[in-house]
Design a protein around this ligand. Structure first.
Ligand SMILES: CC(C)(COP(=O)(O)OP(=O)(O)OC[C@H]1O[C@@H](n2cnc3c(N)ncnc32)[C@H](O)[C@@H]1OP(=O)(O)O)[C@@H](O)C(=O)NCCC(=O)NCCS
Length: 220
């Protein structure tokens, strides 16, 4: 019955998702959490991801396409989503297969957490806890976004990591605020070291590095 433990975890995560709606959207009153397509998509995804984790073939992909048809959000069954995710509006949002999202994050419509087409295995972004991604932001590659980061609407991040505790904006995105102080800094590029993608290079980074084989001979 070991497989039941993840079900409990998913149920707790759904309760955290409901709390996140009330925390982040002052417009949500009484039982209106039931009306958020982002909530529907994520709740359904948690079930689909459970099937994916236990190795059910084909059905998770089929259900995720159905989820997309119903909600307008495309979440790959393999994406790992922490509790307390709030997706506002949601239409057009894309979350790729190897994406990892921490606790209490906020995403808006048209956000893309995508791959570059060059990486295999881990090829989509990893978001830390309390990450806020504005509408239309595009994050590409196996990058790491630290905790407590705000990403401005329509920002574009390609193969660059984002340090914790900062605000980034623009195309390409730059750091406009770090640890509460205004600044204007380039984002550090995601490094590929000896064929492996190494995402975090700051001493104070709170998200563990994600690594993955980066050359065809290592994909296994
Ligand atoms: C970028 C964003 C996240 C900043 O939010 P915030 O709460 O004001 O964040 P912070 O206080 O950490 O940072 C604000 C600083 O970023 C700067 N900033 C914001 N956008 C910027 C940009 N595009 N270029 C340069 N600087 C920018 C502000 O000027 C401000 O600088 P200051 O403190 O020196 O005056 C916000 O403007 C944003 O884009 N939110 C998305 C909202 C959204 O998508 N809503 C959809 C509703 S349907």
């Amino acid at each position: 019955m070991a497989g039941l433990a993840p079900i409990h975890t998913d149920m707790r995560a759904i309760i955290e998702d409901i709390r996140a709606i009330y925390r982040n959207d002052p417009a949500c009153r009484n039982i209106e959490f039931l009306l958020y397509p982002g909530f529907h998509a994520v709740a359904f995804h948690r079930f689909i991801h459970f099937l994916w984790r236990v190795g059910v073939p084909f059905i998770p992909r089929l259900l995720s396409e159905f989820n997309r048809f119903l909600t307008g959000l495309e979440i790959h069954p393999g994406a790992t989503i922490g509790p307390g995710l709030f997706i506002d509006h949601g239409m057009g949002l894309v979350i790729g297969e190897t994406t990892e999202i921490g606790r209490n994050c906020v995403l808006f419509h048209n956000v893309t957490l995508g791959g570059t087409g060059k990486h295999h295995r881990k090829r989509h972004p990893t978001l830390g806890d309390n990450v806020y991604v504005g509408t239309g932001a595009i994050l590409l590659g196996p990058i790491t976004v630290g905790d407590n980061v705000k990403i401005g609407a329509n920002s574009f991040v390609f193969m660059c990591d984002v340090p914790a505790n900062c605000t980034i904006a623009g195309t390409p995105a730059r750091i406009v605020k770090r640890n509460g102080k205004s600044c204007d800094e380039e984002l550090p590029r995601t490094k590929v070291v000896e064929g492996r993608t190494v995402n975090v290079e700051w001493a104070d980074a709170s998200v563990p590095p994600c690594e993955g084989p980066d050359t065809p001979s290592q994909w296994g």
